[in-house]
Design a protein around this ligand. Structure first.
Ligand code: RP5
Length: 165
């Protein structure tokens, strides 16, 4: 994307991209300018602080942050910027994403992270939620989102189940 990014997509490891690409695909589909970065809370804390400090000034309207394990990334970003942070828990350990979900959703009162589902559904929904946020002030995007939802509705209305399947 050449336009200045409105949405930042960050993740704790390159390995998280298999999941986080779901958010990228949705933003691409809607033509929303975005950027993708690897920023690790525990391995690159200085970069995390730099990214969060610059986010508002760079015009980011939301940050989608995915991480696995003891997932500090979304919460630490939210602690350092008032740009809304959408957290995506990733199944990266023996706990299958429950660790990450609880780390992200259980933010103490005062510093919220909007927490999505574990994995691919959460990543795609984070993209859609970011779009819905932008759509509150962008009528063209709002129309696209309404049409997108209508297409999903029509898809279900067209489904038929044969009793003998
Ligand atoms: C977290 O640790 C990352 O978000 C990733 O989900 C997990 C494992 O990282 P790698 O060892 O795969 O780089 O920080």
């Amino acid at each position: 994307m050449n336009a200045e990014p409105l949405i930042g997509i960050v993740m704790g490891s390159r390995n998280d991209y298999a999941v986080m690409k779901g958010a990228v695909e949705v933003l691409k589909e809607f033509g929303v300018p975005h950027e993708v970065r690897v920023v690790s809370a525990h391995r690159t804390p200085e970069l995390l602080f730099e990214y969060a400090d610059a986010a508002m000034g760079r015009g980011l309207r939301a940050i989608i942050a995915g991480a696995g394990g003891a997932a500090h990334l979304p919460g630490m970003l939210a602690a350092k910027t008032v740009v809304p942070v959408l957290g995506v828990p990733i199944a990266a350990t023996a706990l299958q994403g429950m660790d990450s979900l609880l780390s992200i959703v259980q933010m103490p009162k005062g510093v919220p992270v909007a927490t999505l589902a574990i994995g691919a559904a959460g990543a795609a929904n984070a993209g859609l939620l970011a779009i819905a946020m932008l759509a509150t002030t962008d009528p063209t995007l709002r129309l696209k989102l309404v049409e997108w939802r209508a297409a999903r509705r029509d898809e279900v209305l067209g489904q038929v189940v044969g009793e003998d399947e």
